[in-house]
Write a protein that binds this ligand. Structure first.
Ligand code: PMV
Length: 381
């Protein structure tokens, strides 16, 4: 009995121009284009192994050591597309083993706790699609595969590339032109760093899909956002990345995060993802930029209270020293942080709202790996 296997890792990405709103819920087609930075897999990544064999009766999935049901329509849509592409290869070349008819075993693990509240679905779906594409020896490039990952989770399509990535919304109803493309590779502007402030929060607000649906259906501001703001910002942000113009990139990033949370608040009933700690972090970053006399740090928040602060390596001691002064009691610092000598007032209890800092940086796309999560029988090790 032969067991075929393949493994890959895939990164997390954090949008600097947010995707919010679907024009097609099944295909995950967005109402606007978006841009993101791919983060280093040293700190945040999903490792996925895929295996198939004639003897496997059904498709099975294990996430972080636990078998999960494969009933989710999103996952089924990805598997269906990948099997279809494989069956086309098999139809064209009769000598190929009929992998598309075999059961699939998928084993996946994150190197960070899911409880941290960081979007793991992007890395998860990207890794799933790339691992199976490798197993099936599919010739499709990353942009083509991104359309499959998109059906799993919209933002996942951007995790197929490293560096600076755009998701072009497209306008076709079948989604064939709604895909991720590289804006600039990692090496173009490698000094981009990110400090993630994991904000403690017991209860989650609305999940992203229902939140988006509510915003599209009820927010008046939303039309202004997708028609007048985002298309212009999309062009300007790409330009700022190509020019390595941090102040412009940072301002656009902060404004777009605020605009996204504004349309959430403008939904009816309103959706709140930012909490008091998040809002105080926003104020702090503006204070830092004001005291420095230039924009050296940018915050952005997804559908939750965690802050991601982007900055350039050349300003690391200024940005981290500033944050260290406020949050030094929190775990996750590298040893050498020196508190800033800047004088500013801050809430000395604010650190209590943050459970952890994750210091990371821009990183590459999915990586081939020798590491495997399955044994010779195609079961989790
Ligand atoms: O891909 P989803 O359904 O997890 O939605 C992601 C939405 C945001 O994280 C808020 C924005 C984005 O572009 O990633």
């Amino acid at each position: 009995m032969s067991v075929y296997t393949a493994s890959t890792t895939a990164p997390v990405n954090i949008a600097t121009l947010k995707y919010w709103g679907k024009r097609d819920k099944t295909l995950n087609l967005p109402t606007n284009s978006s841009i993101s930075v791919t983060l280093s897999q040293k700190d945040l990544r999903t490792l996925t192994s895929a295996a198939c064999s004639e003897t496997f009766k059904e498709d099975r999935l294990w996430l972080n050591g636990k078998e999960e049901s494969l009933s989710s329509e999103r996952t089924r849509a990805c598997l269906g597309d990948l099997k279809k592409l494989r069956s086309e290869l098999e139809a064209a070349d009769a000598s190929l083993p009929k992998l598309s008819t075999y059961g699939l075993h998928i084993v996946s693990e994150n190197n960070f706790p899911t409880a941290a509240g960081l979007a793991s679905s992007a890395a998860g779906f990207a890794a799933l699609v790339v691992a199976i594409a490798k197993l099936y020896k599919l010739p499709q490039d990353m942009s083509e595969l991104s359309k499959i990952a998109r059906k799993g989770s919209g933002s996942a399509c951007r995790s197929l590339f490293g560096g600076y990535v755009a998701w072009e919304m497209g306008d076709q109803t079948d989604g064939e032109d709604s895909k991720a493309v590289e804006v600039a590779p990692l090496g173009h502007w490698p000094g981009m760093k990110a400090a993630i402030l994991v904000v403690s929060d017991d209860k989650k607000d609305t999940p992203s899909t229902s939140g988006m649906q509510l915003t599209v259906a009820t927010s008046d501001l939303f039309q202004h956002r997708i028609k007048d703001l985002v298309p212009k910002r999309f062009v300007e942000m790409k330009e700022s990345i190509l020019n390595k113009d941090f102040p412009t990139f940072a301002e656009l990033t902060m404004k777009d995060s605020n605009s996204f949370h504004a349309v959430c608040l403008d939904s009816y009933p309103p959706i709140f993802y930012l909490n008091d700690t998040s809002k105080k972090i926003i104020k702090l970053i503006h204070k830092l930029n004001e005291l420095e006399g230039e924009v050296i740090a940018a915050y952005t928040f997804d559908a939750g209270p965690n802050a991601v602060v982007y900055y350039e390596e050349k300003n690391e001691s200024k940005v981290l020293g500033f944050l260290y002064k406020v949050f030094h009691q929190v775990e996750g610092w590298k040893k050498q942080e020196v508190p800033s000598t800047l004088n500013f007032e801050f809430d000395d209890q604010l650190y209590k709202g943050v459970s952890k800092v994750i210091l990371t940086e821009i990183g590459p796309g999915p990586q081939e790996t020798e590491e495997s999560l399955v044994n010779e029988l195609g079961l989790p090790k």
